[in-house]
Design a protein around this ligand. Structure first.
Ligand SMILES: [Zn+2]
Length: 287
């Protein structure tokens, strides 16, 4: 199977009334864990690299993207490569050459008019270069370096505005604000399922849930039933990674070989990936 376009993965999930999970990766071990976890769950998956992760790697997108593409090709299931939360159009322009089939352009913290203008520019470039483009409307809070004003609790995407936004920008998918928030370390978020269903009914493009690490399993399953088609998960992997390292070093503080504790970190992350994929793809009754 190996590398599959994000567009195909999301389309197939939608046709099955399911969703595709997209995991944010920072290190090689994250990538290995996503591929292993997806194979264990026998499910397709999307590997995402965010602009913040690229910044962590000295602004270079290619090293991590090349590793992700190489590991994706070893998978027995479909793996998509997605460039996440791009604010810099120069970075977006590197996406196609780096092996990504899709990107999320993030102008969600701008005014509505500026969000539309910037997103139109990004979508036109993306489509001219064969990329599927996701955008955001109704800011999903909790990202580092975000303006404080954008963190207002209870931000929700407005249905009429979302419909106009999708028509005016020509984007292929929309990340919506329905109660989740980035970087949550507890799984306590309650989603607005009525709004998810309303948006899924009204919009001609698939819906994307960001900040899914903070959403409990049953809420995630209900969100998929209500119409979420791409579920983004980042923090949950970092919690598992850090837990694995911390447990190992607490047990054996003299260890200096990183392979020892990174193996545990990678195993814990793969277990999270497998669990999340079972949760998201499992059949649920609407509630
Ligand atoms: Zn996000």
């Amino acid at each position: 199977m190996s590398l599959i376009g994000t567009s195909d993965l999301v389309h197939d999930a939608a046709a099955a009334g399911s969703a595709v999970a997209a995991f944010n990766v920072i290190t090689l071990e994250h990538i290995e864990a996503v591929v292993r976890g997806a194979e264990a769950a026998a499910a397709p998956v999307i590997i995402q690299i965010s602009e913040n992760a690229v910044r962590f790697h000295s602004g270079l997108v290619m090293p991590l993207a090349a590793a992700a593409a190489a590991l994706a090709r070893t998978s027995g299931y479909g793996v998509g490569l997605h460039l996440d939360h791009v604010t810099d159009l120069d970075l977006l322009r590197q996406a196609a050459d780096a092996g990504f089939s899709s990107a999320m352009f993030d102008a969600g913290n701008l005014s509505y008019a500026d969000n539309v203008a910037r997103t139109v520019e990004a979508a036109q470039w993306a489509h001219a270069n064969g990329l599927w483009l996701e955008a955001e409307l109704g800011y999903v809070g909790g990202k580092p370096d975000a303006p404080a004003s954008a963190h207002a609790a209870g931000v929700r995407t407005d249905r009429a505005e979302a419909l106009t936004f999708v028509r005016d920008t020509g984007v292929d998918a929309l990340a919506v604000a329905v109660g989740s928030s980035h970087a949550m370390t507890t799984r306590t978020a309650a989603l607005d399922h009525a709004l998810i269903a309303e948006l899924a009914e009204a919009l001609p493009v698939p819906l994307v849930l960001h900040g899914s690490s903070g959403v409990p399993d049953e809420e995630l399953a209900r969100a998929v039933t209500a119409g979420m088609r791409k579920i983004n998960i980042g923090t949950a992997l970092n919690i598992a990674y850090t837990h694995g390292v911390r447990q190992f070093l607490d047990r054996d503080p003299k260890t200096v070989d990183p392979r020892k504790y990174l193996a545990d970190a990678r195993t814990e992350m793969a277990q999270v990936v497998e669990h999340m994929l079972h949760t998201i793809s499992k059949p649920v009754t609407a509630g």
